[in-house]
Design a protein around this ligand. Structure first.
Ligand code: B12
Ligand code: SF4
Ligand code: SF4
Length: 381
């Protein structure tokens, strides 16, 4: 073991990282899956995934001479059923979103981690780079390689101890560390679904059938992509299956039996915004720009912008079966954004109240535009 490596692990845990593992950045087959995924168009319009593919496959292009990666996991389980599920009509939020923006909270801890590398290993500031989520790094592949967990059939990095509820962050460095071993099952280390056995719960539960193969997500069909990353129109054919999910989707995570071992995370470097999960749908549909900025300040959700939130809230309202939302939706059918208008018109139609659109429909854009946005598609589409 490299002198000081265990001490570094301990100090990183003290900073609030629940898992600290080391990977050796030797070239391997981990890039093949990414290439196939991109070639199949599974990245939808996330062109940045295509643009950064070479860097993701070869960490040496991110940091020349990089030899090791430190994989860091932060448990974000808040106990109970959380607010990721919820009854029909009450908006469901992905669990990870009910925190202050993890970029803001994990960033300073990663900065301190970098200083530890400088103090204890003589690294220069240019000898390492750290990332949380946003970096061109195959975080799950390296996390699997270093034994943080295994890749489930839901494509998540699943930890024996934390289940599916781990954020990942990474530090690429020129410092050489001894690699931690991957998990092993019947002599194998690299299989997708290594510890899944015959279980297929996640794939069976996916509301939009987004798994073309075990461990592979087609983002075009994934509710997480459609409600967070897609900035335009949500395909009409997927809207009903979105149900009450207003931001992200936890379904293929929630059903996984490996979560039974999860205990509430220490969350030393995260701060909860569970209050967001209590916002009623009516409030979301009436959200103004001013209130949006106030409520979502400092969260990752703010990147959705008001238009994205209203769009998603319209879909949830359309799926709620609750005609009490028709009045708010009719107002949104006259919203300045054509995206919001189109989803509001769809929702009113789905609630069987198209007749109430009246004047709002009159101020709506031409039918051709609505057609394009799928707003005229009937219920059950
Ligand atoms: C693009 C992206 C998405 C896309 C595509 C998802 C996907 N499955 O690829 C969308 C928008 C759909 C998405 C959704 C979600 N995401 Co996302 N996303 C990413 C991002 C930015 C890149 C992922 C990527 O490269 N995908 C391309 C595919 C091909 O790569 P991959 O899934 O990582 O698969 C690799 C490994 O499985 C590897 N592999 C498989 N087996 C083995 C075995 C060994 C030994 C090795 C070495 C490698 C290996 O091969 C593949 C690549 O070659 C990462 C952050 C990052 N920088 O990595 C977060 C990330 C994957 N997302 C995350 C989260 C939390 C989510 C959501 C749960 C959010 C939500 N609740 O709505 C959902 C989950 C959906 C799902 N089932 O994946 C977390 C996952 C944490 C974890 N424990 O796995 C990450 C790591 C962000 C983070 N820093 O914490 N996401
Ligand atoms: S996040 Fe939801 S929509 Fe996406 S693959 Fe998982 S269950 Fe399917
Ligand atoms: S739900 Fe079952 S198949 Fe899916 S990741 Fe969990 S153990 Fe594997």
């Amino acid at each position: 073991m490299v002198a000081g490596q265990e001490d570094l692990r301990r100090r990183l845990r003290e900073l609030g990282f629940d898992e600290v593992r080391f990977a050796s950045l030797s070239p391997g087959p981990q890039g093949d899956g990414l290439r196939r995924w991109l070639d199949a168009g599974h990245h939808a319009d996330m062109d940045w995934m295509e643009r950064t593919a070479a860097k993701r496959i070869d960490p040496g292009l991110v940091l020349e001479g990089a030899r090791s990666a430190i994989l860091l996991g932060v448990d974000y389980y808040q106990g109970g059923v959380g607010k990721g599920g919820g009854e029909p009509g009450s908006p469901a939020w992905a669990r990870y979103s009910l925190y202050r923006d993890y970029h803001d909270t994990l960033g300073p801890a990663l900065e301190r981690a970098g200083r530890l590398l400088e103090e204890s290993f003589g690294a220069a500031p240019t000898d390492y780079r750290y990332y949380v989520d946003t970096g061109p790094v195959l975080e799950r592949a390296w996390a699997a390689q270093s034994g943080v967990g295994f890749i489930g059939k839901n494509s998540m990095l699943i930890s024996r101890k934390h289940g599916n509820w781990l954020f990942l962050a990474s530090i690429l460095t020129r410092v050489v560390f001894d690699p931690d071993p991957p998990l092993r099952e019947r002599g194998r280390t690299d299989a997708v679904g290594l510890l899944c056995g015959k279980c297929t719960r996640c794939m069976d539960a996916c509301p939009t059938d987004a798994f073309p193969a075990p461990g592979v997500v087609d983002a075009r069909r994934c509710i997480s992509y459609q409600t967070i990353e897609n900035k335009g129109v949500i395909p009409a054919a997927l809207r009903a299956a979105i149900g009450n999910r207003v931001y992200g989707c936890d379904t293929c995570l929630d059903v996984c039996p490996w979560n039974r071992f999860a205990t509430e995370g220490r969350r030393m470097i995260l701060s909860s915004r569970r209050d967001i999960g209590d916002l009623p749908l009516g409030d979301l549909l009436r959200m103004t720009q001013e209130r949006f900025s106030e409520v979502f300040r400092g969260t990752a959700i703010k990147r959705l912008k008001l238009v994205g939130l209203l769009r998603n809230a319209c879909v949830v309202a359309g799926n709620s079966g609750d005609k009490a939302h028709v009045a708010a939706l009719v107002l949104l059918a006259s919203h300045p954004s054509p995206i919001v208008r189109a989803h509001a018109v769809w929702a009113v139609g789905r609630l069987g109240a198209a007749g109430r659109l009246g004047d709002a429909r009159a101020v709506e854009t031409e039918p051709a535009v609505l057609e394009e946005y799928g707003a005229l598609a009937g219920p059950g589409e």
